[in-house]
Write a protein that binds this ligand. Structure first.
Ligand code: URA
Length: 248
């Protein structure tokens, strides 16, 4: 989707309009090659529950997608049309994590393609980002919760090894969590979003601490227009943190 800056800011309900300063482009460091791939992604269906996280932790991108597509580890598989693994640049520095697929995502197999996705695209554009270009988008759960209810803790726990593996493969420089379910899934935090916004948070990936920025879910922002300005603050903070990460 190609939106002008003014369209983007209108979409986000932001006024007055800010101009982001031009940043020097930073050469992207080469990332290490992903670890060797396991032999059989479908084996996740047959390994024991205890062995499943270790099995998933050895999968490469393609096998991970295959494994997610056939996953039956929680009740959400019963009503899905298809699983929605994630989309974007597999070398992205930015990782955005939402809650779970809705009806349109379930239909199309891609995260954030409905109305909330349109706003997410506008939020990305507001900080000069674009889906698929240095950005990867994933969800806490990969299958649609019936009637778009919030995923249950047990469902997020069943999907956690997939999200963990996505982060390991991606090695993002920054993670943006969209809404409470994403915060709960990744950080185990169950406090209010308002209490977590603006706090210095991090996700531990092995030896690395990846900075985490928490903001409102685009679907919530569509219902609560005044909070769009707070989301803008969060995005600016995320952008500043990313600059530090790239500089450091
Ligand atoms: N909401 C989400 O959290 N994720 C999607 O993919 C779509 C809507």
């Amino acid at each position: 989707m190609n939106l002008s800056r003014d369209q983007v800011l209108d979409e986000m309900g932001l006024s007055p309009r800010w101009a982001l300063r031009e940043q020097p482009s930073v050469a992207r460091g080469a990332k290490p090659t992903p670890v060797p791939q396991a032999n059989d992604a479908l084996a996740a269906l047959t390994v024991s529950a205890a062995e499943r996280p270790e099995h998933i932790a050895r999968l490469g991108w393609e096998q991970l997608r295959q494994s997610i597509a056939v996953c039956r580890s929680c009740g959400l598989c019963a009503e899905r049309k298809q699983a929605v693994p994630g989309v974007g640049d597999e070398n992205a520095d930015w990782l955005f994590i939402g809650e779970g697929p809705g009806a349109e995502e379930d239909e199309r197999g891609e995260p954030f393609v409905g109305p909330a996705g349109k706003l997410l695209d506008a939020m990305l554009a507001a900080i000069d980002l674009k889906r698929g270009n240095d950005v990867y988008i994933a969800n806490a759960v990969k299958c649609r919760p019936p009637a778009n209810r919030t995923p249950e803790a047990v469902e997020m726990a069943a999907c956690a090894p997939y999200l963990k593996r996505q982060i390991e493969l991606l090695q993002p420089k920054l993670i943006v969590l969209l809404g409470r379910a994403a915060v709960h899934a990744l950080l185990g935090e169950t406090g209010s979003l308002a209490s977590l916004r603006g706090k210095p948070l991090a996700y531990r990936d092995g030896e690395r601490e990846i900075p985490v920025v928490v903001t409102y879910h685009p679907a919530y922002l569509l219902r609560t227009l005044p909070d769009k300005a707070k989301a803008w603050e969060d995005l600016c903070r995320a952008r500043a943190l990313m600059r530090l990460e790239k500089a450091g």
